[in-house]
Design a protein. Structure first.
Length: 249
């Protein structure tokens, strides 16, 4: 028995076939592995649409040196705990900062870059999918918080130069907390409010661009440190002098 196929069903089947044929192949990438092997990581963050965008870049060198830039400030980490700061005088008198304050600036700079990667990975998952043809892929993700989940719109892309781009936009906060009773010892109204205040607002977003490729062997030894402040004792004029002064290998 021959059945007649309706024109609508036929068109739908043809469209599905074309979409399947044109669908880009994809690859799975580990955010953490990519960031650990990166030569440069750029991060961008905004508290909401139309709000200022904070940017930061962290360059990794083959000898584990770091160059971190944000706004008009910079930190150079030369060997383990040795670092130099470049902070405009209009923002702070770096020479007047205590050793502990200088160490905190370096620590916050390093952790800000790592924190951006962690925030995106929490929203998108460590393993993200990218289209092999360089097109954007959009998906949703969520992460748990004390009384519910946070939902995100996630964009991933393998850009033309090989850079991995992942963007997480906070779309919704789901609060499943029940009204606190006088007998509650943990889930009190104060605790619920405190936990909620710790969350990023809906509309905020974080984007990371992870550059692969070989790392430069080290910073240029001739780089001037004029105007820079050592995190500890001693002050060098160039990166080469700083390495010698602090016993960097």
């Amino acid at each position: 028995m021959i059945r007649t196929v309706s024109r609508g069903v036929l068109l739908t089947a043809m469209a599905a076939s074309v979409c399947a044929a044109n669908a880009a192949s994809t690859s799975s990438v580990s955010l953490m592995s990519a960031s650990e092997q990166a030569s440069l990581i750029e991060t961008r963050h905004s508290a909401s649409h139309g709000m200022p965008i904070a940017t930061m870049s962290t360059r990794h060198y083959a000898n584990d040196e770091l160059s971190i830039r944000w706004d008009d400030q910079q930190v150079l980490v030369l060997c383990k705990e040795v670092a130099y700061l470049n902070i405009p005088a209009a923002k702070a008198d770096a020479r007047a900062l205590s050793a502990e304050q200088r160490q905190m600036i370096v620590y916050q700079a390093v952790m800000s870059g790592l924190g951006a990667i962690a925030a995106v990975a929490e929203a998108a998952g460590d393993s993200v999918v990218v289209a092999d043809d360089g097109s954007e892929l959009r998906s949703t993700g969520e992460s748990n918080w004390a009384y519910g989940v946070e939902r995100y719109d996630v964009t991933t892309q393998r850009m033309a130069d090989g850079v991995l781009r992942v963007r997480a936009l906070k779309a919704e906060t789901v609060n499943n907390a029940k009204p606190a009773s006088p007998d509650d010892m943990f889930s009190t109204e104060d605790d619920q409010a405190a936990r909620l205040s710790e969350l990023t607002p809906v509309g905020s977003w974080t984007e990371v661009l992870i550059h692969g490729g070989p790392r430069l062997p080290h910073m240029d030894p001739a780089t001037s440190l004029k105007g820079w402040i050592s995190m500890g004792d001693g002050q060098a004029a160039t990166v080469a002098e700083a390495r010698t002064l602090h016993g960097c290998k």
